[in-house]
Ligand binder design. Structure first.
Ligand SMILES: [Zn+2]
Length: 101
């Protein structure tokens, strides 16, 4: 996996997985524990909301655009352009430098 944006997405997913592992530890490794299930549900909801929000901001800033693979930001894939976020680096037409303002 190369490229900054795929790496960022990978880190975002990794952070969520790390949190889920911590939760599993706290609940004694019992994935069927109702407390753990609730924790997992909330952790995934919070993280995916943050991930969606992050990539939406990146798109609005003109840094990324929708990836051709068309994947939703809900799964990790091996797409070399987006890594599964669904957003790839925006291709900027070459030309005179412009002040981003
Ligand atoms: Zn892609």
């Amino acid at each position: 996996m190369t490229g900054l944006y795929p790496q960022i997405f990978h880190e975002q997913i990794q952070l969520m997985k790390d949190m889920l592992e911590r939760g599993e530890m706290i609940f004694g490794g019992d994935r069927d524990n109702p407390g753990y299930r609730r924790f997992k549900q909330e952790t995934m909801r919070v993280h995916y909301n943050a991930i969606d929000s992050f990539w939406s901001m990146m798109q609005q800033a003109g840094l990324v655009e929708k990836c051709d693979c068309g994947v939703m930001a809900r799964r990790y894939t091996e797409c070399p352009l987006c890594g599964g976020s669904g957003f790839k680096a925006k291709e900027v037409p070459s030309g005179p430098d412009q002040d981003p303002g």
